[in-house]
Design a protein around this ligand. Structure first.
Ligand SMILES: [Zn+2]
Length: 226
């Protein structure tokens, strides 16, 4: 069962389209996998719509008291036009996309099927493919950790979102299942490791800081993850 969810603040920002593209993508992938957050998002969106329409009503009632009653007709006509256009209701199916990493097949989340990603770059048991989203300092990647792989203990100068897509991994906090959405920042440090291998979607805002060992030797891993 999924235990780690985006915070309510993050979900609210997601529903009102206030998140940077890469975070919005991460939340959207999680919501697709998580019935609990689907329900929260549906409620929030309904509340947003209600608020929006009561605002509109307010404006319309103001408009009717002004000298431009024609605007009201225009708005209603436009709304009728939009709601009578049945082609808007068409739901298009997206064919599932499977990717192969180290002889292992993974089905990509629906939200990632239309966004391109680069080739996998390998460092030891880690492999990373950059997801093509231009989002300032925020970098999105698919991160694969092969069986028995681990990321040396590190903390974050900014934040790191790890969304487990397939497989399992664990750290000092416990074990994670697909769909788990893990937000880490400077307050956290962890050493993720996987027994059987896993594929994650990550959003990282700045370089990682390794706590042990020679940072020079760990730089290739840091560069891979950020
Ligand atoms: Zn959730």
């Amino acid at each position: 069962m999924i235990k780690h969810h985006p915070s309510d603040t993050l979900l609210a920002q997601y529903c009102s389209a206030q998140l940077p593209a890469s975070l919005s993508l991460a939340v959207s992938i999680h919501v697709d996998m998580c019935p609990v957050c689907q329900e929260k998002v549906a409620k929030q969106e309904a509340a947003n719509a209600k608020a929006l329409f009561s605002d509109t009503n307010h404006e319309i009632s103001n408009a009717t008291t002004s000298q431009e009653p024609d605007n009201l007709d225009f708005d209603t006509d436009l709304l009728d036009l939009i709601t009578s256009d049945t082609s808007i209701d068409e739901v298009y199916e997206v064919d599932p996309v499977t990717i192969k990493v180290n002889e292992h097949n993974y089905k990509l989340p629906r939200a990632l099927t239309r966004i391109s990603h680069g080739r996998f770059t390998h460092v030891g048991k880690l492999a990373r493919s950059r997801v093509a989203i231009e989002d300032g300092p925020l970098r999105s990647s698919l991160l694969h950790i092969g069986p028995g792989g681990e990321i040396p203990e590190h903390t974050h100068t900014g934040f790191e979102v790890t969304l487990l897509l397939d497989g399992e991994f664990s750290d000092e906090e416990g074990t994670y299942v697909p769909g788990d959405f893990i937000w880490q920042d400077g307050a956290n440090q962890h050493t993720p490791l996987t027994k059987d291998g896993c594929l994650c979607f990550t959003v990282v805002s700045s370089a990682l800081h390794f706590n042990k060992g020679l940072s020079k030797l760990l730089n290739p891993i840091g560069n891979l993850i950020y």
